[in-house]
Design a protein around this ligand. Sequence first.
Ligand code: ZN
Length: 485
Amino acid sequence: MMFDLVISGGTVATAADTFRADIGITDGRIAALGEGLEGADSIDAGGRLVLPGGIEAHCHIAQESATGGMTSDDYRSGSISAAFGGNSCFIPFAAQHRGKGVTETLDLYDSRAMGASVIDWSYHLIVADPTETVLRDELPAAFARGITSFKVFMTYDLMRVDDAQFLDILTVAKTHGALTMVHAENSGMIAWMTRRLLEAGHTAPRYHAPSHPALAESEAINRAISLARLVDAPLLIVHVSTPEGAGLVHDARLAGAKIFGETCPQYLFLTRDDLDRPGMEGAKFMCSPPLRDTATQEALWRHIQGGTFSLWSSDHSPYRFDDTGKLAKGTDAHFGQIANGMPGIGLRLPLLFSEGVNKGRITLQQFVALSASNAARLYGLPQKGSIAIGMDADIAIWNPQETRTVTVKDQHDNMDYTPFEGRKLTGWPTTVLTRGRRVVEDGRLIATPGDGRFVARERIDLTGHPGATVPELDPATNFGVKVAP
Ligand SMILES: [Zn+2]
């Protein structure tokens, strides 16, 4: 039997196993795992690790903020930098803004992604305006077109939903088998802290950290989990940045609730001290929730090791250090006027491989789970996230021994800085395939924009998360009210 392509001689790893095998690929799918396979085309993976291609599940690409700022990466540069970072697929956001419909928002993002992406993609839909029409017609229509995750914000004045709106969205999502995601921070605490700091004359980027207290995150996570439990709906807390927040996710999971957690490299590799740089330099390290401290880093590693977090995502939010991005409001803007977010789509996996796998903090299996397999299951991508017969040939070939020093010049995004500049990392992806097609090979871009495809996603798999109905919402017990005999 002759395959279209054979990847030979590599060490294959999935979220379950590590084994030696050739991979036979035909029609973009994995057709065989075996020894001595023959193909019309071949890639020698001797001495290399052959892993499922990464799924980058939290990144902001060609997205305008509610105040009009645009990310510096579009679907071309964003997908190329994702591919160089070991990813075969990514799921950026399609952001509904107030006054706009969901369907027109998805059409807009289709026009931005189609013909531009080099890897497969989908969107998470940000819901900022849950009108009657949106809840009744447009969210079900989005689900029917394969958008099976909806994101809400508890902060940012132009984006946030209140608790009742949040419950409505959770309920619609649950009905259709979609996953709700939440940016959980207490909006009032942030506004109040910001006002106090500015009144005291504290305007520099370093005051971004105290303006978003750790309590603002843990309060909002606790509230978000409580809302999800009230309606027994699945909920993912994105970019958890505090031990308290991670603890709440852990406890809710232990209780059987359908709660999932995500954390990001910046919370494990940077601290709020990085904000404390001369002039506006600290703006490069502003993201929300903000960077914390070294004790937090250690605690978050424990939660990664213990399985609290299902996802490890970059939260790539590219705003350049110029007047198109961080300095749009001038070089004397106060911290509350500076765009939040930092780049990292190409470094998410090398950081976790080098400091996680190579330093013995996590197993290669945990790495694969966090880089691809868990996202595939949570976000309804059953064809992706593992190396098994019949699955899409989304594959990343890694050189586990190669050491490189991170520099902005080697990044393929459209950014003018990387917050990880100068860091020495061991273990890098060398070749990445999407559906059996070479996207990147030995450090060169092979694919052309438009080679990637939109992937219609399926409902979330909630096996192992029993949930529970609270008496107040249970008609079978008359909503917990005793009826006189
Ligand atoms: Zn984000």
